[in-house]
Design a protein around this ligand. Structure first.
Ligand code: COA
Length: 334
């Protein structure tokens, strides 16, 4: 006998954790190395400072701290985790997967652990994968991490990127919901047309590390800010509107919009485009900049005291690929 519609398993977020490094890179620090100003950066991006992980440490170290924070705050025994999924585009190394390294550092053995690379959309991609695993009935405790040490790929002398990016990690635990409430729906997209506009070319199989690739600066993140900016607003807005509509809600029903934190002007433009009430959008970009796959879980984690059981929450992201999407969920934590 199959599962009846009313018996469908729904995944929900039952714990959350985060971590940012201590070390701050302020706009004033950047004034010293490139022709820019605090005033310009704040006006054009909303960013005041970012966190930078120490040399010698890697993405896995931040993820480990975020997971420990989750485990301590919510009394989670990590030995009970079925699956560890890490959204990152700055893995510690090309192989093994950062998820494997994290499991090793936490002493979790025999766990299904793997990475997902969808750049700044990575957390939403992973969240949907994680919820599908829970919905399948085969997995009961899935950790979904978003973590990036993007500072390893930022040319600190390039003012078109050094102002935007910082390091961080966030994590949520997904479990079957007791009352069939939680992650409701997701629309996730990619088109591959953004490759020229946002990329880190070096270090992959196309441009493996060599003197010439390093001389050409291929190991740094490069972007055409204007193209990214325009595509981000349209793509995030469209999927936000569609996911709300196809679940028979209106934007007035949404209590919180938690967008990827890439640029405050992008966040404001999306808010305007989808006509969400002012004050319903959560923003922390001023403190951390764009932490790639970590922005959404970090913003959720920092604002967890504001999220109330039953709140309808809309998440949206856009990143390299291009890749983008929106997720609708009911908050189920007290
Ligand atoms: N400091 C000071 N001046 C700067 C500067 C900086 N860091 N960067 C550019 N400028 C100057 C330019 O030279 C230009 O001068 P001009 O008018 O004399 O030619 C002027 O400021 C405007 O530059 P422009 O590139 O048009 O700025 P912008 O408004 O597009 O802002 C970004 C640049 C990068 C902040 C913006 O395009 C952006 O955020 N794009 C999206 C990036 C993103 O989100 N990436 C990740 C996606 S997940």
């Amino acid at each position: 006998m199959g599962l009846g519609v009313d018996k469908r398993i729904v995944a929900n977020i039952t714990a959350i954790g985060g971590f940012v490094p201590e070390n701050r890179r302020t706009n004033f620090d950047l004034e010293k190395v490139t022709e820019t100003s605090d005033e310009w950066i704040v006006k054009r991006t909303g960013i005041k400072e970012r966190r930078i992980l120490d040399e010698g440490l890697a993405t896995s170290d931040m993820a480990v701290e975020a997971i420990k924070n989750l485990a301590v705050t919510y009394s989670i025994d990590l030995a009970t985790i079925d699956c560890l999924m890490v959204a990152t585009s700055t893995p510690d190394m090309l192989m093994p997967a950062t998820a494997n390294i994290i499991a090793g550092k936490l002493g979790i053995e025999n766990i299904w652990a793997f990475d997902i690379n969808a750049a700044c959309s990575g957390f939403l991609y992973a969240l949907n994968m994680g919820s599908s695993l829970v919905e399948s009935g085969r997995y009961k405790r899935v950790l979904v991490v978003g973590a990036d040490k993007i500072s390893s790929y930022v040319d600190v002398y390039d003012r078109s990127t050094n102002i935007l990016f910082g390091d961080g990690a966030g994590v949520v635990l997904l479990e079957p919901s007791a009352d069939q409430n939680g992650l409701l729906d997701a629309i996730l997209m990619s088109n591959g047309t953004g490759k020229e506009s946002l990329h880190i070319e070096g270090g992959g199989s196309m441009y493996p590390a060599s003197e010439t690739s390093i001389e050409a600066g291929r190991h740094f993140i490069k972007q055409d800010g204007k193209v990214v900016f325009k595509n981000a607003i349209q793509s995030m807005s469209d999927t936000c509107i569609n996911v709300v509509k196809r679940n028979n809600y209106t934007m007035n029903d949404v209590q919180w919009l938690i967008p990827h934190q890439a640029n405050k002007r992008i966040i404001d433009a999306v808010g305007k485009e989808i006509e969400i009430e002012e004050g319903k959008t959560l923003v922390n970009i001023e403190k951390y900049g764009n932490t790639i796959a970590a922005t959404i879980p970090l913003c959720m984690w920092e604002n967890v005291h504001r999220l109330k059981k039953g709140d309808l929450i809309l998440l949206t992201a856009f990143g390299a690929g291009f890749s983008w999407g929106s997720t609708l969920l009911n908050w189920t934590l007290d």
